[in-house]
Structure formats: structure tokens, C-alpha cells
Design a protein around this ligand. Sequence first.
Ligand SMILES: C[S@@+](CC[C@H](N)C(=O)[O-])C[C@H]1O[C@@H](n2cnc3c(N)ncnc32)[C@H](O)[C@@H]1O
Length: 183
Amino acid sequence: MRGDSAEYAPLRILDLGTGSGCILGALLSELPQAQGIGLDRSEAALAVARDNLSLLGLQDRASFLCAHWMSAIAGGAFDVIVCNPPYIAPSEIRELAPEVRAYDPYLALDGGEDGLNAYRTIIPQAFAALRGGGLLVFEVGYRQAGDVLNLMKLFAPAPGFSEARILRDLGGVGRAVAAVRQS
Ligand SMILES: C[S@@+](CC[C@H](N)C(=O)[O-])C[C@H]1O[C@@H](n2cnc3c(N)ncnc32)[C@H](O)[C@@H]1O
């Protein structure tokens, strides 16, 4: 892993929709030479993420950006882009457990008509901001893995992604999709 050796430049990580900063915090904890940006449209979420990364002692390797997805990112050459976007269709938000429906901000849940809007927006943007060989990883809803895998093929410009795969949780449910940007 490039981030483990002092002879390499630090891994550059972008966490889209960072929310509480939990994914960025976990990655920076595991990869002591990596640095990362937590991006969110919500200033309130970013304030929580800043506090959490400071509590973890990771503030020197983390920075934060308030933006609509990648509208404020010019260029990039990120090594890793991770994203757990809003992916719930409005018809399903009503059926969520009360502790999610009543407390998670709507902005964190609403994925548009079929739940997949954020993926359609982010895939071409993330492709452009990854270096060749860079990794894109999405969390997906429990029935969305196949659809998101297809969107990775449809929405990435040439040369596209390779090694696209579904990652399963301990119950065998596809809950993440990962792919590598081809050079
Ligand atoms: C499902 S939450 C994920 C939070 C955190 N990363 C996690 O895994 O627990 C989605 C996050 O995306 C953010 N978000 C929603 N729309 C966005 C947009 N257009 N641009 C940037 N962030 C957005 C929300 O504010 C929320 O923090």
C-alpha cells in the first residue's frame, strides 16, 4: 500500500458527503501517512466532522470543504475517493426506522426518484479527479449494488474503470461497489 512507506508521496483521499467524518477518520487512522479532504454540502455536518477528526488527533492531515459534490474541486489526482451518498428513494424514506427517519437530515437520505441520482452525478466527476490507478468506493443501498456497478460502466468516460466489483457485508449483502480508474 503506497501510504505505508515513507518513500512514497502521501495518499490523497477525498471523502464525498463526509457527514460526521467517520469514513475519513477511519481511513486516516489506518493510513498514517495519508491526508484527506472531507467534503459536504452541509456546514453543520462539517462542524461535526472537524470536531471528530480533532478528537481523533487527525486534524493535521484532514481539511474540509463545503460544496455541492465536486463543483469546487479543480483537477485532483486523488488516489482514493470514497462516498456514502444519499441513496434512499423518497417513497422509501417513509418506511425507514424512526431513529433514522426522525434524526438523519433529509439531505443525507434523499437519493432522488430511484435513489441513484448522486451516483450519476458523482461517477464522471470522480473519474476526472482520480489519478490513473486510483480507487473509487461507494456505499450503496441494500438492493442497489448491481445498478451502481452498471452506472460505473455507463457514466465513466473512456478509458473507464476496471476491476469493478461488489463488496459484501458479513450477511452476504452487497453494500459497497469499488473500481479502479484506468490510465
Ligand atoms: C448518507 S450521509 C453519509 C455521511 C457519512 N459519510 C457516513 O458514511 O456516515 C450523506 C452525506 O452527503 C451529504 N450530501 C448530500 N448532498 C450533497 C451534495 N450535493 N454535495 C455534498 N454533500 C452532500 C449530506 O449532507 C450527508 O452528510
